[in-house]
Design a protein around this ligand. Structure first.
Ligand code: KIV
Ligand code: ZN
Length: 384
């Protein structure tokens, strides 16, 4: 039977901290409501200690949604945890997300600490958070570069202290997919009380591997994914929600599913992009402008014969009306004929040849030929 993967959306926290992407409380509430409709299981609404505005946003998001768990971030320090708890007081299902660095690089150069002290601080943080909420997620920052034996010990200790979820982030986007599989497998097999908590994947995209690593992690046993709409996030971004959701939908053989209503993916991508003033790259998987656009002659011909020749997803499944055929100088006769027929021009072979050579001249000059250009071109053809 297919197993559920919990979707933890951090667009409003890890995504929103990107320079230029800051949101007002009202904007955060608006996006949170759409995330609820999308079917995410957890919304990370902010980092309450970081600013009064972020504190307020967590309060208002907590009031605005009822289905998803609302989560607030904190460092492993009492003041942060208490601010998170206070901001979450209206949440129906509150979660505190607390944690500390786990790699030797972070332990030495960020915390000037030792592995033993880190474990003590982690246990104390989880126990403190448990005084306020039942659901406590612990993050072991920079897990991707942490010593595995130490990471297993830290995971075991925080679960003993009461963590319900243990997040093992690849904070720097360093790990390779096969290594992620091996690392999460190691954790699943070497933490005695692993059955008492969910392991979470939170991967950054510095080498373009965030989605691949997240899939590798869940194949090894992680059951929560931390993702953002459009993959927005620190530096090169976080794992993108739409990619993970559609990979699990397309590859049913993985035996994993999410609760995501995929037809809302494209509209929500547009909303987030517009609200954050952050354009989506045209060739972005699933939600990019070109994700369902066919432009080369060979592809257009194959697509027009049978859509599955060049599409593995029906665009309507992700909320896009239909695929498009973009007419450029790389397009073939078949695509031109098809578009002309849609515009009401039924041409026989010699006329098509003539129209096609005029079309190529035009396309070489103006790059992309739209319907208006075609109508003008056809009028010229008829009157010539
Ligand atoms: O990337 C990271 O490690 C984080 C943690 C704060 C969860 O965002
Ligand atoms: Zn992160």
């Amino acid at each position: 039977m297919s197993q559920k993967i919990y979707v933890f959306d951090t667009t409003l926290r890890d995504g929103e901290q990107v320079p230029g992407c800051q949101l007002t409380t009202d904007e955060k509430v608006m996006i949170a409501k759409q995330l609820e409709k999308l079917g995410v299981d957890i919304i990370e609404a902010g980092f309450p200690i970081s600013s009064p505005g972020d504190f307020k946003s967590v309060v208002e998001v907590s009031k605005a949604v009822t289905e998803p768990t609302v989560c607030a971030l904190s460092r492993a320090v009492k003041g942060d945890i208490e601010a998170a708890a206070e901001a979450l007081k209206f949440a129906k299902r509150p979660r505190i997300h607390t944690g500390i660095g786990a790699s030797d690089i972070h332990i030495k150069h960020k915390f000037n600490s030792t592995r033993e002290q880190i474990i003590e601080q982690a246990i104390a943080a989880v126990k403190h958070a448990k005084k306020f909420v039942e659901d406590v997620e612990f993050y072991a920052e920079d897990s991707g570069r942490a010593d595995l034996e130490f990471l297993a010990k830290l995971t075991d200790e925080v679960i003993k202290a009461g963590a319900t979820v243990v997040n093992l982030p690849d904070t720097t986007g360093y790990v390779l997919p096969h290594e992620m599989f091996e690392r999460i497998s190691y954790i699943m097999n070497n933490v005695p009380n692993i059955d008492k908590a969910i392991i979470s994947m939170h991967n950054h995209n510095d080498l373009g591997l965030a989605t691949a690593n997240t899939i590798a992690g869940i194949q090894a046993g992680a059951r929560q994914v931390e993702v953002t709409i459009n993959g927005i996030g620190e530096r090169a971004g976080n794992t993108s929600l739409e990619e993970v959701a559609m990979i699990l939908k397309v590859h049913k053989s993985l035996g994993l599913h999410t609760n995501i209503e995929s037809t809302l993916l494209s509209p929500l991508s547009n909303l987030v992009s517009q609200t954050m003033r952050m354009p989506v790259q045209a060739n972005k998987a699933i939600v990019g402008r070109n994700a369902f656009a066919h432009s080369s002659g060979i592809h257009q011909d194959g697509f027009l014969k049978h859509t599955e020749n060049y599409e593995i997803i029906n665009p309507q499944e992700v909320g896009v009306d239909k695929s498009s055929i973009v007419l450029t100088a790389r397009s073939g006769r078949h695509a031109l004929k098809h578009r002309l027929e849609m515009l009401g021009f039924k041409l026989e072979k010699p006329e098509i040849d003539d129209a096609y050579s005029r079309f190529l001249d035009l396309a070489d000059r103006i790059k992309e030929v739209n319907d208006k250009d075609l109508v003008i071109l056809m009028k010229e053809t008829v009157s010539a």
